[in-house]
Design a protein around this ligand. Sequence first.
Ligand code: NAD
Ligand code: UDP
Length: 319
Amino acid sequence: MSAIYAAVRKLPNSKKKRVLVTGGAGFVGSHLVDRLMLMGHEVIVVDNLFTGSKRNIQHWLGHPHFELSRHDVVDPYMAEVDMIYHLACPASPPHYQYNPVKTVKTSVMGSINMLGLAKRVKARFLLTSTSEVYGDPLEHPQAESYWGHVNPIGPRACYDEGKRVAETLSYSYQKQSNVQVRVARIFNTFGPRMNENDGRVVSNFILQALRGQSITVFGDGSQTRSFQYVHDLVDGLIALMEGDFSDPVNLGNPEEYTIQNFAEIVRDIVGRDGVSIINLNATQDDPHQRKPDITRARKEIGWEPRFSMKQGIEETVSG
Ligand code: NAD
Ligand code: UDP
């Protein structure tokens, strides 16, 4: 505890920002909070703890720069802040499909509330959007210029379309009310603090392999994903927020793997004998391929991933 407190930078008041992080008790949010706190900023986390947990941020509870507010972003929130990182939204398919109406409300009303706050207090606003805005993409790899291929009434629509509206709202507030907006289109991300009940592929495969259970590949495993380590994502979010570029930016690792191959890699890294890989039914509307084109991130915010997927999995498994 004291070691981490001692690592907090002392910023002069002119450089210290008041930063609101919605969803800051979740997987990505808690890593972002760590970085912002260590940089010396004042951080307010707004989270209803639906998929997040106090455990993820408990090392900051009591620090004078830190505040946790248990609050649902569907309801308005007031605070004097300089920056808003708006992450609040369940991100794992089983979680966002559990109550699809609530997922849409969280994306739409949550973004309206946070953009309204940004407008009122003249804060810069960053939305964590998603590669899911590209749906089951017909263009490969996906550049930000691609408009996507989303089923508007399928099981993933509450999340995909919610985020698409959140992007629309962001640029509408920018045009209409001069809110400074940043939009990160995040591709599959993993790392420490993934909830063991998260349901996404990385945590499922690692836990199954560690427990000596069969690894469950949905469908024939030929669908692809590109996995980035969470510390790379945090670098990208901060670079995007602090830079001058306001069009959407893909943040992801362009190394692409089939899910079948990914299952084999996780099994080999965990190294437990007798773990088999089984194929279950495919899920509806599962995107067939996904790989970010990160030309824009490299050029506009000087960002690219530092960790390979394998390095990240090794650290996550041993951590
Ligand atoms: P997560 O589920 O771990 O975190 C989401 C956080 O938001 C949780 O702490 C949850 O309690 C909170 N939350 C949910 N609904 C809320 C509400 N109505 N009011 C207040 N808080 C609420 O997910 P994550 O992986 O950390 O994702 C964070 C953000 O990044 C999300 O916006 C997600 O869409 C985006 N994203 C993540 C990935 C990824 O691979 N992790 C990929 C693309 C986009
Ligand atoms: N997947 C899988 N087994 C699991 C969980 C997921 O094969 O136990 C597959 C899923 O069908 C998808 C990919 O892994 O093709 C990534 O799924 P995830 O839920 O992590 O995220 P998505 O990118 O689909 O939102």
